[in-house]
Design a protein around this ligand. Structure first.
Ligand code: THU
Length: 147
């Protein structure tokens, strides 16, 4: 059953959100106490079978070395499956009952492995579920001239 403009079922979307929430349990965030998780729905090259990879934010005493959950998940996915990953959906969650859209840097990182129809699912105000395409979240993205 395909019941979302992304082509994903609500079951798949809820599963991604749940996995993002579970990943947030592993967050290393002793400075912000903001525990974030991300779950990626991806395919590799032309293979049709989807895979799910998760990550969490990893902070550092030297604050600027912090890795966001989305970036952590994407680095893990490339490490596992190589650079031909294609992100179809990214779910973000936090354990703080707060809104958390992907930051600007994460949007650019998602773009690197995006498809024309990459969707992002995230908690909005009051932690209520919200969603947008990456194209809507990052309308004027940086791209190198030859790409
Ligand atoms: N954070 C993420 O993991 N993803 C985002 O898109 C925004 C922010 C993390 C970084 C830091 O550990 C904490 O949230 C507070 O900024």
């Amino acid at each position: 059953m395909q019941d979302h403009p992304s082509g994903l079922t609500t079951v798949t979307i809820e599963d991604l959100r749940a996995r993002a929430t579970a990943a947030a349990e592993n967050s290393h965030s002793p400075y912000s106490h903001f525990r974030v998780g991300a779950a990626l729905l991806l395919t590799v090259g032309d293979a049709p079978y989807p895979k799910i990879v998760t990550g969490c934010n990893v902070e550092n005493a030297s604050y600027r070395l912090t890795t966001c959950a989305e970036q952590s998940a994407i680095a893990t996915a490339v490490g596992l499956y190589g650079p031909k990953i294609k992100l179809h959906a990214v779910a973000v969650a936090n354990l703080n009952s707060a809104a958390s859209m992907p930051c600007g840097a994460c949007r650019q990182t998602i773009l690197e492995f995006s498809t024309p129809g990459t969707w992002v699912f995230y908690p909005a105000e009051g932690a209520s579920p919200a969603e947008a395409t990456l194209a809507d979240l990052l309308p004027a993205a940086f791209r190198l001239p030859h790409e």
